[in-house]
Design a protein around this ligand. Structure first.
Ligand code: PGA
Length: 240
């Protein structure tokens, strides 16, 4: 794993953006695996600014997102599809039909997982952007998730519900279930870019880099990926 330590969140975001810009200029029809959460916001802001100021085009780019809450759709400002449209897709020239997320409103969730797996099988991510949870989860693959899992329905861990409650009016409002790519779908990406900032991620980052490869810390599976880059700020790197 390649490890890049930057002083601040802004510098971490800038380094991530440089990797992304290099990819989309080299391959204007790339498949980008994207993530929600607060971590990649600095990266997305830079992509939008670069598109506006330098005209980098996303019209032939396709995207696949990691996950979505069950029961929330594009009309809900807490859904991940809403987050992605607001923070990225609607601010680029990417056609909506080129953007993909699991459908949290699907009537049959098992069938929706199968649909998403088929989609992913046909469009390998050139890069997969990831954040990391304070418990070492990636996407909604909580500790204990088998490394071989593909897209599936998950019950969120209590720690994840607490972490995410800050984004909802009340903790009770956080959905208890989500649809998520599995670790196998994530590991299928040609290249992985995992970002982490802040002291609350330091323990998980240590496990990701130095710990045993264990399903108890899902991100540790990335040690087995042939092309994985970790970009962190100093606070998140403090236990390395
Ligand atoms: P965050 O979430 O970017 O909001 O910290 C990361 C995650 O839980 O994967």
């Amino acid at each position: 794993m390649k490890i890049v330590i930057q002083k601040t969140y802004e510098e971490m975001s800038e380094a991530a953006f440089e990797m992304m810009r290099e990819l989309v200029t080299r391959n204007p029809a790339a498949v980008l695996g994207l993530a929600t959460g607060t971590t990649p916001l600095g990266l997305y802001e830079r992509m939008v600014k670069d598109h506006r100021e330098r005209g980098t085009s996303y019209k032939n780019i396709r995207t696949v997102n990691l996950d979505e809450y069950v029961g929330l759709g594009p009309e809900s400002d807490q859904s991940y599809i809403y987050f992605m449209r607001k923070n990225l897709f609607d601010r680029l020239d990417i056609p909506r039909e080129n953007t993909n997320l699991p459908n949290g409103l699907a009537e049959n969730l098992e069938r929706e997982c199968e649909r998403y797996n088929r989609l992913l099988a046909g469009m390998q991510q050139d890069i997969q952007v990831l954040g990391i949870g304070s418990n070492g989860h990636i996407a909604f693959n909580e500790p204990g998730t088998p490394f071989g899992a593909e897209t599936h329905v998950v019950a969120l861990a209590e720690s994840t519900i607490r972490d995410n409650a800050r984004l909802f009016a009340r903790e009770e409002d956080v959905p208890r279930k989500a649809l998520t790519m599995g670790l196998k779908n994530i590991m299928h990406a040609k290249q992985i870019l995992i970002l982490a900032n802040g002291a609350n991620k330091a323990h998980a980052v240590r496990g990701l880099v130095c710990g045993p490869v264990t399903e108890q810390l899902p991100a540790s599976v990335l040690q087995l990926h042939p092309d994985c880059t970790l970009i962190v700020d100093e606070a998140a790197a403090s236990l390395l």
